[in-house]
Design a protein around this ligand. Structure first.
Ligand code: NI
Length: 142
């Protein structure tokens, strides 16, 4: 982390009012932290657009474990890509429904491809990938 720099930002008053309402709703108590978070969020979004960027990600899957061969297919996919997977957590939400969260780390394009395959596996009811890039990665890629 670098030293703290102070900057002045000129904003249209209507835009500032909208920003203040937004950050209040989000629970921010000061503008500086909200600005910092927005900047970081945008930097991460741009960094992970590079297919070769090193990323971390979570894939959340919801599925019925009675779906024919589905648990085995999901397990086989994970073993086939063990180099990308840090760990997986499984929760039995009710008698039928499973929630699985898989934590991945690797090249953006490979993480995205594996997530698409997992989410697109027949029987998966809902899935989502969230990718991020830790600050230490950002400093190397930005
Ligand atoms: Ni389960």
């Amino acid at each position: 982390m670098g030293f703290l720099s102070r900057i002045g930002v000129a904003l249209d008053s209507d835009l500032l009012a909208r920003f203040d309402r937004f950050i209040t709703k989000q629970g921010y108590t000061n503008r500086s932290e909200a600005f910092r978070d927005l900047i970081r969020d945008r930097l991460v979004a741009v960094a992970i657009e590079d297919p070769r960027a090193p990323v971390v990600g979570t894939v959340t899957l919801i599925y019925d474990h009675h779906s024919r061969l589905l648990p085995e297919k999901l397990m086989n996919l994970q073993h086939d890509h063990h180099d990308l997977i840090i760990c997986a957590t499984h929760a039995h939400l009710d008698h039928d429904t499973c929630l699985e969260v898989i934590i991945l780390k690797g090249e953006a394009k490979r993480v995205q491809r594996l997530a698409d395959t997992l989410i697109g596996t027949k029987g998966v009811q809902h899935g989502r990938l969230v990718m991020s890039s830790p600050t230490s990665y950002l400093s190397k890629t930005a």
